[in-house]
Design a protein around this ligand. Structure first.
Ligand code: CA
Length: 541
């Protein structure tokens, strides 16, 4: 074990000419490192120290790759500050290696299970939640009012139901709904409504005049067709609608606030409560049963990253990703701008050339999307990232990609697309999303994740109402200060008290406990929920 006082630096790759300072508070000038190197000045925690003299123009190497070129000579023992680095150009998207690396298949991991809710479509939920889909932001206030009443008056009658969640968002009207890209928010909202944690009970609140009409959002087998008598929406053919614009039953139900039957606000609220009770009664019949760990669909992402993200938390998550794949589970990694600089690593690791080409297609789409805004991937890094020691997106990307572990990449999803339920086991999927925490989480929900893992170095209280979010701290200092927000401390890896494998296994076991409902994450205990944020690359009118 390294004491806090002993100087401790971490080099990621034998070819690196920089290492990061692990000590809390950094190291002062004159510190003698175990190698005998003397620090020429103070180096903050998480920041890089030059291990050799680096000539002007020479590559600064971390993770075995050039994360930048020195703008001036950097003496051994000096702090390699962001201002001393020129960022390399992005890797091109032509002539990339396609499926050239064949990772040795990992041995299957058998005998692990959790207690989940099986759904008719073959998916498995980790929570039993009534989700109320909204076609448009206009109805959000009314729905939220109704949800408070549902929680107070109805939920206690249905003890097997964990929660009621309004799928609140800013979309649905005032948008160019047929513009290229508009299909992304529409399919995102549709697929979130079908997330395994909602048990197939689609309930919709619509305004009535919005562009995103319920029948555009859902195919007719998910919600009933519009009633031709103008009394809102009908149930299955031949079943007369109930008063108040409420469907009798069917696969789903829609409450339309502009329905003529609604006289006054309370009439709308009553309609929502009546419809909710139908769904709650059905959800209440769901029971947890033992299912194999292969039913996990895990979305991994990071936010508020620092230089330790790629040293502690993300490698531990990557080890756990390998465990999950070995157990037959599906794992999604995302955050296009944070893996873009490692595209050659990813395309070479693809299971087939088609998967590699699909990744290239997503990267090219995103490059063009950023270009429309006259920026590139370098716009990703935040002031907090830089304060935490990450000089640029290349360095950040190398630390981000390790969350994907070492298995072959077997599939690609475009933003808002849903993972097929019937598929191969042990899938590692690149789900293309922006790196923005809320948009990435929203798109991974649409992709069908039933558990979320989130690493953070600077610290964020991020949480989602729809699936449990396990948060992993990159540093022990953060884990100590945020002891009631962080679920796992990967800082023990930098402290030298645990290995990457130790923390990876800890996370794996915690996932099975959380998925089973035996444990709640801190974000669940405090009910910390971030908003759904739909990714809409289309114009707003
Ligand atoms: Ca993120």
């Amino acid at each position: 074990m390294h004491s806090q006082k002993a100087p401790h630096t971490i080099r990621m790759h034998s070819g690196d000419n920089v290492a990061i300072v692990a000590n809390h508070g950094g190291l002062p000038a004159g510190t003698v490192l175990p190698s005998g190197l003397v620090l020429g000045g103070h180096v903050p925690q998480g920041h890089k120290v030059a291990l050799t003299d680096i000539a002007a123009g020479a590559a600064v190497i971390r993770y075995g790759i050039a994360i930048g070129h020195a703008l001036a000579a950097i003496a051994a023992g000096s702090w390699v500050q962001e201002s001393l680095l020129a960022m390399p150009d992005a890797v091109g998207l032509v002539n990339l290696p396609l499926a050239t690396v064949k990772p040795t298949p990992l041995p299957p991991l058998e005998g692990y299970s959790f207690e989940g809710f099986r759904n008719a479509d073959g998916s498995v939920g980790t929570r039993n939640i009534l989700a109320i889909t909204q076609t448009v932001q206009c109805v959000a206030g009314v729905t939220d009012f109704a949800v408070q009443r549902i929680k107070a008056e109805l939920l206690p009658k249905f003890p097997n139901v964990d929660d009621v969640v309004a799928l609140d968002h800013a979309y649905g009207c005032g948008v160019a709904i047929d513009a290229p890209g508009a299909e992304i928010p529409i399919r995102t909202l549709r697929n979130i409504s079908l997330n395994p944690n909602f048990g197939g009970e689609v309930m919709v609140v619509s305004l009535g005049c919005e562009k995103l009409q319920p029948e555009r959002l859902f195919p007719p087998n998910v919600i009933p067709i519009q009633d031709t008598r103008g009394t809102g929406f009908a149930g299955p053919p031949g079943v007369p609608p109930l008063p108040g614009g409420v469907t009798r039953s069917g696969a789903g139900g829609v409450v339309c606030l502009q329905d003529d039957a609604h006289v006054g606000f309370m009439s709308m609220v009553q309609s929502i409560l009546r419809q909710a009770e139908i769904h709650l009664a059905r959800l209440n019949k769901r029971q947890r049963e033992t299912v194999p760990a292969s039913e996990l669909v895990v979305g991994v992402q990071c936010g508020g990253s620092d230089a330790f993200s790629g040293v502690t938390a993300n490698p531990a998550v990557g080890f756990c990703t390998d465990l999950l794949v070995r157990a037959g589970a599906s794992v999604m990694f995302s955050e296009t701008t944070e893996v873009r600089d490692g595209i050659d690593q990813l395309t070479s690791r693809a299971a087939t050339p088609e998967v590699a080409q699909a990744m290239v297609r997503e990267m090219a789409w995103y490059d063009a999307y950023l270009q429309r805004g006259s920026v590139d991937r370098s716009a990703n890094t935040t002031p907090g990232n830089k304060k935490g020691g990450l000089s640029n997106i290349v360095e950040k990307a190398m630390g981000s990609i390790v969350k994907s572990g070492s298995a072959a990449i077997t599939g690609v999803l475009s933003p808002g697309e849903k993972l097929e339920q019937k598929g191969l086991k042990g899938r590692l999927i690149f789900a293309a999303t922006p790196a923005s925490d809320f948009i990435c989480g929203t798109l991974q929900l649409a992709a069908g994740m039933n558990l979320h893992v989130f690493t953070t170095g600077r610290g964020t209280p991020y949480g989602l109402a729809q699936v449990p979010v396990i948060k992993v701290a990159t540093r022990s200092d953060l884990a100590r200060r945020w002891h009631d927000l962080m679920d796992v401390n990967a800082g023990t890896i930098a402290d030298g008290t645990a290995s990457i494998e130790d923390v990876g296994w800890e996370l794996f076991h915690l996932m099975l406990d959380v998925a089973s409902g035996r444990k709640k994450t801190w974000a669940e205990q405090w009910k910390l929920h971030n908003a759904l944020v739909l990714f809409n690359p289309a114009p707003v009118t």
